[in-house]
Design a protein around this ligand. Sequence first.
Ligand code: BTN
Length: 245
Amino acid sequence: MKIANIHLDTVDSTNTYAKEQCQTFDPEALTCIIAEEQTAGRGRFGKGWLSPRGKNLYVTFCFHLPSRALHLNSAGLVLAYSLCSLLLDDGLFPKIKWPNDLQLKGKKVAGILSEASSCNDFVVLFIGIGINVNMESSLLAQIDQPATSLKVETGREWDRKELLEKLQNRFLLHLAQFKKEGFAPFHNPCENLLAYKGQKICCLDGKRRQEGICHSLTQEGQLNLYLPDQQMYTCIAGEIFEVDT
Ligand code: BTN
């Protein structure tokens, strides 16, 4: 699979752009929409994504998968793992806050927004990632949850171009494996990186709130909670929060 890069100076949201333009993309390629800034960056659950110019990475990976594939939701988790594996190579200790946020020392450093649209026998996936690379503490303080950047954590400026190229190459490798073997090869490595493992959390999925111990991942990348009545509950979607004990 080849990579087709589309560099934009400014855009409302790389995910929105990708969804609007995907008919023009090569269906055989991994198309990457990269922007210097977003004027209406989108997060999960209708939230915004702070996207100042020239500081961070805002990228949407767009690719086709056969619609019979059972593991669509886990594609975002694979991208989270690709970034984690790079940060581990750099001596950092990232964690994955299920389903696909990346944390450093308990603070959010990257977020992923996975969207899809169907087209005949294929689904087109739009996996957008925002990475706080060189953002300063003063701007991070504007985010509505504890957030950090690679610069704040390491005390040095990061080369965004180099990080992007490494991420693209790593994700390309992982995506090829994912297309062949599904989530199975990523199950153990992702489970080992899970934030809050063994801790009391709650999962909100819009309709219900389920409290339990953050236990493990299913073979498809869903989250297992161990409930007080000793049953296992599988969260398919939603957001998790730490519960004070
Ligand atoms: C989240 O944690 O809520 C997901 C954040 C996803 C942000 C990225 S930045 C690139 C892409 N374009 C968007 O508008 N959102 C995603």
